[in-house]
Design a protein around this ligand. Structure first.
Ligand SMILES: Cc1ncc(COP(=O)(O)O)c(C=O)c1O
Length: 511
């Protein structure tokens, strides 16, 4: 819910922006027509059409320096951000004048992502370094280098051809043990794990509804035949909101209605739970009650790729049908070794307590940072223990000011706005890592607090309440504003507005 005044001013500024932008476009057309004898000759046509073209030209280009910032160092707690300069009102960011910034604090670093919210280009570093494995690690790095010597950089082959080495087999066994499932399948990319596996599991009728029950009563569209299989897909930690899902409730409802549970742990595996085993461990859910566990290694494990873990029958079925297994090149052996080694560190199998300390530190840092932001009157989404904490900016016009002012003070923040979020739900997304020191966090908080005052995004009265984890589990509404005049604008991914996030699918025959 957006405070009334904020919504009003945001609407006003957006309205003004669109009015002036369309006016400018209109004058451009008139002037072009006036100047050109034949408009068709020698004129460049935009590759984009309609609103996309308008939005890129008039909105994105003006603030593009706040997005896709190149980083010239490992994605550790501190990163080097390359400064870009433009001589033409930000249309072209001039590479010849690149200059290196001093070290920038990474949780607040600008992931080279999301041109105004577009997906990050694959292969570039990212800031979800929750456990601090993304840089040199005394246990993982030597083993990764050795695996490069033993197995080389790539198998250059799909898993079913020559792309399965002993390292791949070991990885799948380690992952299955880690997520406490009988078997696991690892694909070369987390995103692909979803996009290649869900279509294999679902039939051609895809149906999304707010309530599982209504759909069971209604049956399939048109025919109203009963659904043959239903899969409920939930995220452990919602990546744009930092909320921990109400998993025990979801699981119990799924059990009641005999629906399958598909849990995406991209942001929770390794990051939460006493031994880093994700939301099942955090919320005391029996892993056996989760039919399909999915996760990625690009966050807590400092590597890449994704996994699906479940019954032996499920993984066998996927091995014969999933395009990511059949056709895509398998995960690079050094990346596989990084995952195996980091899981060993997390579980203490390296003979030290570093993993346990990292986990404890990740929780401590996240909760410290969140409570400080709340005390500073920021509107912070998400739950305690979640390392993802979006600071709501709401007004998209403030995004650039917030990002640039923070960068000037050596704190780079990830800002997200339309079309990745609804227009009035712009935010800065902070990801905290176990590798951050108290000093890093204090410095960053000081900068964020100062810039927050300048930009005017401290929307809440300081929150005196410090919730315990149990309370957070029960009360996902905790961070919502209490009683105030407000517009009801609710993020689509939020668990608040739909009792839980439900995707219903008819499924093909795996069981
Ligand atoms: C919830 C969720 N699932 C899956 C993915 C895909 O993971 P990857 O970036 O490793 O491909 C992401 C990426 O951030 C994510 O946030």
């Amino acid at each position: 819910m957006i405070p009334f005044l904020t919504a009003l001013t945001a609407h006003f500024s957006c309205g003004l922006f669109y009015a002036f932008s369309y006016l400018r476009d209109f004058f451009h057309i008139v002037v072009d027509w006036w100047k050109a004898s034949n408009l068709q000759v020698g004129m460049h046509q935009s590759a984009l059409a309609g609103f996309e073209d308008f939005y890129i030209r008039r909105a994105y280009l003006r603030v593009q320096d706040c997005f896709n910032r190149p980083i010239s160092s490992p994605p550790d707690t501190w990163v080097d951000v390359v400064e870009r300069v433009s001589n033409d009102n930000n249309k072209i960011l001039n590479s010849s004048q690149f200059k290196k910034f001093p070290k920038i604090c990474a949780p607040f670093k600008n992931v080279p992502c999301a041109g105004i919210g577009f997906a990050p280009p694959p292969g570039l570093p990212c800031s979800y370094n929750y456990l601090g494995f993304a840089a040199v690690d005394e246990y993982c790095t030597p083993r990764v280098i050795q695996s490069l010597k033993n197995y080389y950089a790539s198998t250059c082959s799909a898993r079913i051809d020559g792309g399965t080495t002993s390292l791949h087999a070991e990885l799948e066994q380690v992952v299955a043990n880690f997520v406490r499932k009988p078997a696991a399948l690892v694909t070369g990319m987390g995103y692909v794990t979803h996009s290649a596996i869900l279509p294999v599991l679902i039939g051609k009728h895809l149906h999304l509804e707010e309530l599982l029950r209504e759909n069971i009563v209604d049956g399939q569209p048109r025919t109203h035949r009963p659904w043959r299989k239903i899969i409920v897909v939930v995220e452990g930690i919602y990546s744009m909101e930092g909320e921990i899902c109400k998993f025990p409730e979801i699981v119990s409802i799924c059990k009641k209605y005999k629906a399958y549970v598909y849990l995406d742990e991209a942001h929770s595996i390794g990051a939460v739970g006493t031994t880093g085993r994700g939301v099942c461990e955090l919320l005391d859910v029996d892993n056996a009650d989760v039919d399909i566990m999915m996760g990625t290694f690009s966050k807590s494990f400092g590597s890449c790729s994704g996994y699906i873990a479940g019954s032996k029958e499920l993984t066998r079925y996927l091995k014969y049908t999933c395009p990511a297994h059949l056709y895509a090149t398998s995960i690079s052996p050094p990346a596989a070794q990084q995952i195996i080694s980091s899981i060993k560190v997390i579980l203490g199998e390296d003979g030290t307590s570093r993993g346990a300390l990292k986990l404890a530190k990740a929780h401590e840092n996240s909760n410290y940072f969140r409570s400080k932001l709340q005390k500073m009157e920021f509107d912070v989404l998400g739950d305690y223990d979640s390392p993802v904490m979006p600071i709501m900016i709401y007004n998209p016009a403030k995004i650039a000011a917030f990002s640039r002012e923070c960068l000037k003070r050596n704190v780079a923040v990830v800002t997200v706005t339309f079309p990745a979020t609804p227009l009035l739900l712009a935010r800065a997304r902070i990801c905290i890592s176990a590798a951050h020191t108290q000093e890093d966090m204090v410095n960053a908080l000081e900068v964020i607090g100062k810039v927050g005052d300048m930009v005017g995004i401290k929307y809440l009265p300081a929150e005196p309440k410090k919730p315990q984890l149990d309370e957070c589990r029960d009360k996902v509404e905790y961070f919502r504003f209490k009683s105030r005049k407000s517009f009801r604008i609710i993020p689509p991914e939020s668990v608040h507005n739909v009792v839980f996030k439900v995707y219903l699918y008819t499924c093909r025959s795996w069981s």
